[in-house]
Design a binder for this molecule. Structure first.
Ligand code: 99T
Length: 203
């Protein structure tokens, strides 16, 4: 298998954590790519028309994307139970969607200051993205701590990657200040070997 990869991408990190946790990592070659919406990487575009990472070539001529599809496929292949059956599945999928929603808003903020010319930046729009993240963090702090402290699943992996990305790219927002329970959970979760092995470059 071949995984289009960047160590800075939190979406790739979710997949990498799943590879570590399931023991499938040795079966995957990492293909480094670096692209943005305005300068897509040719290698990734030929496999994923959306030009985004991660994308996984499965070795049978098939390419899977996006990160949620890849994580679920890997979990099924390994029989690891990161998407448990029954009622809990819907919680896991909702938590996973919350994590990706945080990441999508954070990445829009990052692209705004890294890509958009300064005179075209729109502060209320950026703050609107941060409001989404802040509300999601409040929901995690008030409603999701029992789930987060339960058996390992794909939703927790998503939240771990999302919080790591806030530290990596948006540390000035100091998300821990108003979310002490989530901060305590993150301290423990980020100590897992799979999380340590996938830390972003300068975090
Ligand atoms: O949007 C683009 O054209 C290029 N961006 C990406 O490939 C980002 C890299 S994170 N990946 C995604 O947006 C994937 C989202 C998708 N829904 C998924 O896989 O879940 C780069 C972060 C950084 O460098 O700070």
């Amino acid at each position: 298998m071949r995984l289009y990869h960047s160590p800075a991408s939190p979406y790739v990190r979710k997949v990498m954590v799943v590879l570590h946790e399931t023991g499938l990592l040795p079966q995957v070659a990492l293909v480094p790519v670096a692209g943005t919406p305005v300068a897509p990487d040719a290698a990734i575009v030929s496999s994923n028309p959306l030009g985004k990472i991660p994308a996984l070539e499965t070795g049978t001529g098939e390419v899977l994307y996006d990160s949620r599809v890849i994580c679920r496929w890997l979990d099924e292949r390994a029989g690891a139970g990161l998407y448990p059956p029954g009622d809990r599945l819907w919680q896991v999928l909702t938590l996973e969607a919350t994590a990706d929603g945080i990441l999508d808003a954070a990445l829009l903020m990052v692209y705004e200051w890294r890509i958009r010319p300064e005179q075209n930046r729109h502060t209320p729009w950026v703050e609107g993205q941060w409001s989404k993240i802040a509300r999601a963090l409040d929901a995690l702090e008030s409603r999701w701590m029992n789930h987060l402290n339960g058996p390992l699943d794909a939703g927790q992996i998503g939240i771990g990657a999302a919080l790591g990305y806030l530290d990596f790219r948006l540390s000035d927002r100091q998300w821990r200040a108003a979310h002490p329970h989530l901060a305590a959970w993150e301290a423990e979760f980020s100590a897992r070997p799979s999380m340590q092995a996938t830390r972003p470059p300068s975090a």
